[in-house]
Design a protein around this ligand. Structure first.
Ligand code: MN
Length: 154
């Protein structure tokens, strides 16, 4: 997986849609308008508008009343975004960020970070995977420092 592969200069919104299409496709085998709308908490008409745009860009094939299927280029981009999302979320969870915040922040960071940064975070996580007790030690230490700072500021 090449973390840096983003073929076109897509908007953040377009990348979010490709990621959502991938999530729905992985679950159901194809992406219907309604499912993508639910996933992104947007209206079906916004989804159709973006489906048409992504179709024009050659990233998906939009079929009216059905939804979309990926074209190879769109799938590749979606996989990179999802990979970045999963990597960043895992990192945020590791340092003790709450699930809901980690999910939202991963979605924010996934568009912006330098590929080299993502690669290094990935390797950091791989290193940590081999050492669960060190992982726990980091989390305990972060929590301890956090509590110390909070009680100092009282
Ligand atoms: Mn995301």
């Amino acid at each position: 997986m090449n973390e840096g592969y983003i073929a076109k200069n897509l908007s953040r919104k377009a990348e979010d849609y490709l990621e959502a299409i991938l999530n729905v496709t992985l679950e159901k085998g194809y992406a219907r308008t309604k499912d993508v709308a639910d996933q992104l908490s947007v209206s079906p008409s916004s989804v159709v508008e973006m489906f048409r745009k992504l179709d024009t860009l050659g990233l998906v094939e939009y079929r009216r009343y059905e939804g979309v299927v990926f074209r190879p280029e769109g799938q590749k981009i979606a996989e990179v975004i999802k990979y970045r999302h999963d990597t960043l979320k895992k990192f945020l969870l590791l340092i003790g960020v709450a699930e809901r915040v980690a999910e939202a922040d991963a979605c924010f960071m996934e568009h912006e970070l330098n590929p080299e940064t993502v690669r290094r975070i990935r390797l950091f996580l791989e290193t940590m995977d081999g050492d669960p007790s060190f992982c726990e030690q980091i989390q305990t230490e972060i929590d301890r420092r956090l509590q110390q700072k909070q009680s100092n500021s009282k």
